[in-house]
Design a protein around this ligand. Structure first.
Ligand SMILES: [Zn+2]
Length: 240
């Protein structure tokens, strides 16, 4: 009985290929102004926010659901030099001096491929603590802000201890040779775990090849490597 119910829930939670890749949106709910999550994720987030508030932490969402077009605009602007690209030491990368394949790796350190952002799923969000900073604080989302001497150190510690209880984990908690560490990025494991399985190489290849991303053909040639290094290569759910 219990297992039959569980499989029914899992089937209902599946997304279409277009939703997985951010071309269509999953069912969404506005949690904070302009910040959208799937309803079941919103519910878990709000419960976590309430628990954090009891500890003096004002949990807020910097970014929730994003679509393919938004992610494409970010990646395109970086590849074309309209938006700065930094290396892991925080130094500006001189993009036009690099072959396209290296430019793509430089961008993917901090920005997901359109079609492969976990933010497409409505399960992932970037969080900060409004109570830890002044009202005019400009949020940067840098590792230093979440480090032991940064303003969001307490938030980071609190998340390590409690986020797992609400179904969340941090897929980019550490640098694993793919995406840079993003201690602010939370993922709702019960759904996101399935979506990562569903986001196969052919599904992603199809979404990118049918887009108007300028570097799409080179990206698709590199896709098996990019898929392993930046998409599958995450910290497991035990890494909260
Ligand atoms: Zn994020």
């Amino acid at each position: 009985m219990a297992s039959a119910d569980l499989s029914a829930d899992l089937t209902a939670a599946q997304l279409t290929a277009r939703q997985l890749t951010g071309i269509d949106s999953p069912p969404l709910q506005e949690v904070e102004p302009g910040r959208l999550l799937q309803p079941v994720v919103a519910e878990a987030y709000l419960a976590m926010q309430q628990a954090a508030a009891a500890e003096g932490i004002a949990l807020r969402i910097a970014s929730g659901w994003r679509d393919f077009a938004r992610q494409q605009a970010i990646v395109q602007a970086k590849l074309s030099g309209q938006r700065p690209v930094l290396d892991s030491a925080g130094q500006l990368v001189v993009m036009h001096e690099l072959p396209l394949a290296e430019q793509i790796h430089a961008v993917l350190l901090y920005s997901a491929l359109p079609g492969a952002s976990r933010h497409h799923w409505g399960t992932d969000l970037d969080v900060w603590d409004q109570a830890a900073v002044a009202a005019d604080y400009v949020l940067q989302l840098t590792p230093a802000e979440y480090a032991p001497d940064g303003p969001f150190s307490r938030l980071s510690q609190w998340l390590s201890q409690h986020a797992g209880r609400f179904g969340f984990f941090r897929p980019y908690r550490s640098f694993r040779g793919g995406v840079a560490a993003e201690p602010w990025h939370l993922s709702y494991q019960p759904l996101a775990g399935q979506y990562l399985q569903q986001l196969s190489l052919p599904v992603l290849n199809d979404a990118i090849l049918h887009s108007n991303l300028a570097a799409r053909e080179t990206i698709c040639t590199m896709l098996p490597e990019l898929y392993q290094r930046y998409i599958c290569n995450i910290d497991g759910e035990e890494h909260v």
